[in-house]
Design a protein around this ligand. Structure first.
Ligand code: GLU
Length: 375
């Protein structure tokens, strides 16, 4: 191994900056980059390592395609991102460089977070960059991932990155001050015990250039919370917003981390971007899983959708379709269809060979959905 890392940060913050902050009129605003880079430098001066999750690739690129507004078709978005991503990095490098911080580009797809080995690899890369004192600037690898492997929005990506690097804080900078009380822009909710508490206050609020609304920000907060990470949602154009939040000043809306953060394997299961299928269970199985911490047995399975192999991550849903858990299936989709509803003694007959195990999804390979786990 190489030399020991020069930088040991007191804390790690993942700061997600939306297109609406960086490119408010659909064109990159160099002053916004400069202001935010100053905030990043201030954070580092306070002992915080910073990972940026920056949107804006499409916004920085579409004009070079001869378009006068952001494209709608997937192919054009991909092309715009391919043009805009290096421009976006150029802006960050210049803005951070003015504070003697070096930027490093990390482009991720949902697949990178899906496979355990790649997840760990991405974690190592980010750790290496932070240890060397750089500012990783993460974005979704849009030019190759605007299809079924797409994560969707950078709010979710930022929460997964926060989990990946075990950050203490996820700061989501957007074009609003935070979560407004019953949608009233004069009253920002300072603190929420969980993202679910916000549900009553939120209505769709997408901006013209932003991708996600408050809903996706709260989803990000909910993912971060399950990992034991606090989220602050604040206005990105506010002067000095980054150091103010890190000093603990009451800026924006803070969503508290869950009291019982998840274990490492559960975190990976929840972070896994794509479930390969859905296993529907009966009510007895749902109660056994959520109330008694039991494994899922084939007897409790009532339906299987999708085509997956043994060892795939699947979604477990109740009869009404509500998500109960995610887990690693011990059987393939075809096998599960053959053994659903059966008792252990009946499995070899239905399979035509000995059963691999009694459980369809072992408890140790399962993570309950936040709603089912009461946090
Ligand atoms: N990755 C997209 C971009 O850089 C933005 C996605 C988002 O903002 O959620 O243009």
């Amino acid at each position: 191994m190489g030399r020991t890392h020069a930088f040991r940060w007191h804390g790690l913050a993942v700061i997600k900056i939306g297109s609406a902050v960086l490119a408010p009129e659909g064109a990159a605003d160099a002053a916004a980059f400069a202001r935010l880079a100053e905030g990043v430098a201030a954070a580092r001066g306070m002992g915080w390592g910073v990972v940026l999750v920056s949107s804006g690739a499409v916004a920085c690129g579409f004009r070079a395609l001869g378009l006068d507004r952001p494209p709608k078709t997937i192919a054009r978005k991909q092309a715009a991102a391919a043009i805009g991503q290096p421009a976006l990095m150029g802006l960050w490098s210049a803005a951070l460089g003015a504070h003697r911080c070096a930027a490093a580009q990390v482009l991720l797809t949902a697949d990178d977070l899906d496979a355990r080995a790649r997840f760990l690899n991405a974690r190592r890369t980010l750790g290496e960059l932070l240890g060397a004192g750089l500012v990783p600037v993460v974005n979704e690898n849009d030019s190759v991932s605007f299809d079924e492997i797409k994560l969707g929005d950078n709010d979710r990506l930022s929460a997964l990155v926060a989990g990946l690097v075990s950050a203490q804080l996820l700061l989501v900078l957007s074009s609003v001050d935070g979560v407004y009380e019953h949608g009233d822009a004069r009253r920002v909710i300072a603190r929420l015990g969980s993202a679910r508490e916000a549900a009553a206050h939120v209505r769709p609020d997408k901006t013209a250039t932003g991708v996600g609304g408050m809903g996706t920000k709260l989803e990000a907060a909910s993912i971060a919370s399950a990992w034991g990470i606090a989220t602050v949602i604040a206005r990105g154009t506010r002067a000095g917003v980054i150091p103010a939040v890190l000093r603990g000043e009451p800026v924006g809306t803070r969503v508290e981390p869950a009291a019982r953060p998840r274990r490492a394997r559960e975190r990976w299961l929840m972070a896994s971007a794509r479930a390969r299928g859905v296993v529907t269970i009966d009510d007895g199985a749902r109660r056994a899983i959520t109330e008694r911490g039991a494994s899922l047995l084939p007897a409790g399975v009532v339906g299987v959708s999708g085509d997956f192999a043994r060892g795939a991550v699947v979604q477990v849903a109740d009869a009404a379709g509500a998500a109960v858990a995610r887990g690693v299936s011990a059987y393939s989709a075809d096998e599960l269809r053959r053994i659903k509803g059966l008792r252990a003694a009946q499995l070899p007959g239905a399979l035509g060979h000995a059963a691999y195990c009694d459980e369809a999804i072992h408890r140790d390979d399962m993570a309950l959905q936040a709603a089912a786990r009461g946090s």
